[in-house]
Design a protein around this ligand. Structure first.
Ligand SMILES: Nc1ncnc2c1ncn2[C@@H]1O[C@H](COP(=O)(O)OP(=O)(O)OP(=O)(O)O)[C@@H](O)[C@H]1O
Ligand SMILES: O=P(O)(O)OC[C@H]1O[C@](O)(CO)[C@@H](O)[C@@H]1O
Length: 568
């Protein structure tokens, strides 16, 4: 190739390159311009959207406030759900059968007297010279009368079925709202009352005894006595001097809520209606407060019926108690939350033992609950450390694809240890039902905890290894603790409302939280479906499975119709 042709070739190559570079430069500029423009547009759009959102929010806030001030219905999108009819669960009312007073119900806010102060305050006051120097307390019987902020009418109700879906049944049960009424059935000056605690121990029993005693004496200023019946229903017929009824005073009950158990004692069996009615007549008792589970409430209703038969103008009020949480309709029983909390200590110990003891550490904790798995399930959920939870409502499957033993084996192989919580009523379908009963007729339960320990040991042996299984049974430790703050608060509400109900003339009733509101419930309705069970097709069990990741052994086709108001 000649140099001329070479140079003309290079010139043309250069020209092409320049042209291409020019095109690239132009298209790069165009691309950048395009991207920047697009970005700016997006930014403008985003800004516009955010400003619109802020404006809407401001309008919404202003509308909410304006509607609230004008007393108009709330904001929100109207949807097609209704409650067409509410069926009120009426409670027996003494005013229908006995003449009552028309005394206006006012609150007595008693100023503290020397007698009602805590022991520490009494000591401080004594050191000050009979309490005069500190100035904040008046001695004697001085009290101030004040109006209740809210007096409740008998047709105020709390809806039972609060979950509404389009096209669902349009009726609901209505529970009578608890609280003080405008008029008292009983003249407080003529009221004497009795309190009894029955069945198994439960955190909060002393709180209820204290609150009832204080409400009667201090809020209502009763003229009579408050008797504490010792040793459960048996105490009404006890002849032993040390089991005779105690006189409960605000001073005597001042500090009892700090202790677990019941200062009155409790028992099973020994229900004697004649002896109870005779006691009520002899001591001219106007109000009987019965604190216990479903068995105790059945007894309470028989007492109410006995009173009606004998023409006794006596209000019988129940307070549902049990760590088992197996009383139907109410959100939860008092003592349940404290028991679940106390169970955490045992579960943590089980984990420590399982983690530290080799080879193949497994910690098993047995929890109470009778034929309901609420304590086990809730303790499992609260803990987050449990690998297997066994409850009475869900069949126990030991081996095979859905077996709990292969699941435990896998967990131990994955993390080196495993923690098991077993409810005392679980596994009856494997162990069989006991024919034995306690003094109240409650069936005794087979020893599932020990059985599971043996099964785990044998399974690991079958797999050619050794399991180090530690078994903890904290049952009585869990239920004998003092009430935690949540239960103490609940017991305070229960005690006060039981007294409000009885003072107003309600009888054969119980109190409880339904949909987070205090209500009065007719005892026959309360016991008809109690004891309740946990719904194995409900959300609680679903949550347990999500946490433990154990196989679900609930049969697909089985129908369960239990309500499960504890945790939604
Ligand atoms: N149907 C009934 N009629 C009369 N009294 C009853 C009835 N059922 C139980 N009782 C009495 O109620 C008391 C307590 O009953 P139970 O031992 O069954 O405990 P509970 O109230 O169900 O509480 P827990 O949850 O602790 O078992 C006992 O004294 C028992 O005799
Ligand atoms: O006090 P006892 O008679 O041993 O009863 C134990 C039973 O009482 C409860 O603690 C309360 O019902 C159950 O959980 C348990 O099965």
């Amino acid at each position: 190739m000649s140099s001329a042709s070479t140079s003309s070739h290079s010139t043309s190559t250069l020209a092409v390159t320049a042209a291409v570079t020019g095109v690239v430069a132009v298209s790069t500029t165009a691309l950048i311009t395009y991207l920047v423009t697009k970005r700016n547009e997006e930014y403008k759009h985003q800004k516009f959207q955010y400003e619109t959102y802020q404006r809407d929010l401001m309008i919404r806030e202003k509308t909410i406030l304006a509607r609230k001030e004008a007393g108009e219905p709330p904001t929100g999108t109207p949807i097609d759900v209704r409650v067409d009819r509410v069926y009120l669960w009426e409670v027996e009312d003494l005013r229908k059968r006995f003449p009552g007073t028309k005394i206006e119900n006012k609150m007595r806010v008693s100023s503290s007297t020397l007698k009602t102060r805590s022991p520490m305050m009494r000591r401080v006051a004594a050191a000050d010279g009979a309490g005069g120097k500190r100035g904040s307390f008046t001695s004697g019987e001085g009290y101030q009368i004040t109006e209740y902020n809210k007096l409740i009418t008998n047709h105020e109700c709390i809806l039972g079925q609060i979950i509404r879906k389009p096209n669902m049944a349009v009726h609901s049960v209505g529970y009578i709202r608890a609280g003080p009424r405008r008029h008292l059935h009983f003249d407080p000056r003529q009221v004497s009352a009795a309190i009894v605690t029955c069945g198994g121990l439960c955190p909060g029993l002393n709180n209820c005894i204290r609150e009832i005693t204080k409400t009667l004496h201090q809020l209502y200023g009763i003229g009579g006595k408050v008797y504490g019946i010792q040793a459960g229903y048996q105490g009404f017929s006890a002849t032993e001097p040390h089991l005779q009824p105690l006189e409960l005073t605000p001073e005597l009950v001042e500090d009892i809520h700090h202790s677990g158990g019941t200062v009155l004692g409790s028992s099973r069996g020994g229900f004697n209606l004649e002896a109870i009615l005779a006691f009520l007549k002899k001591k001219d008792i106007k109000q009987l407060y019965v604190i216990g589970g479903d068995g105790t409430h059945r007894g309470a209703f028989r007492i109410h019926e006995g009173c009606m038969e004998h023409g006794l103008n006596v209000a019988v009020a129940g307070i549902p108690k049990t760590i088992d949480n197996d009383i139907d309709h109410i959100d939860h029983t008092f003592g349940f939350a404290s028991a679940v909390e106390a169970a955490q200590v045992a579960i943590r110990s089980a984990k420590t033992e399982a983690v530290c003891n080799l080879p193949n550490g497994v910690g098993i904790v047995k929890l109470m609950g009778r034929s309901a798995g609420f304590i086990a399930a809730h303790a499992t959920m609260a803990s987050g450390d449990v690998d297997l939870c066994l409850v009475p409502e869900v069949p126990l499957v030991l081996e095979g694809e859905n077996g709990c033993l292969p699941h435990l084996w896998r967990r131990v192989k994955q993390q080196g240890y495993a923690v098991v919580v077993v409810a005392e009523g679980a596994g009856e379908e494997v162990l069989g039902t006991s024919a034995e009963t306690d003094a109240s007729g409650n069936k005794k339960l087979p020893k599932i905890g020990e059985y599971m320990k043996k099964q785990v040991e044998e399974y690991f042996k079958k797999m050619g290894e050794v399991a180090t299984v530690k078994y903890i049974d904290p049952s009585y430790t869990v239920r004998s603790v003092p009430a935690n703050a949540a239960d103490s608060l609940y017991c305070m509400q229960l005690g006060q409302n039981a007294v409000h109900g009885a003072m107003a003339g309600f009888t054969g009733f119980s109190v409880g939280l339904c949909n987070n509101r205090m209500v009065f419930l007719p005892i026959p309705e309360l016991v008809a479906t109690s004891p309740r069970n946990m719904n194995p097709k409900g959300r609680t069990w679903e949550r347990v499975l999500a946490l433990t990741r154990q196989p679900n052994t609930v049969p697909e086709d089985k129908e369960f119709d239990h309500t499960e108001p504890t945790l939604r």
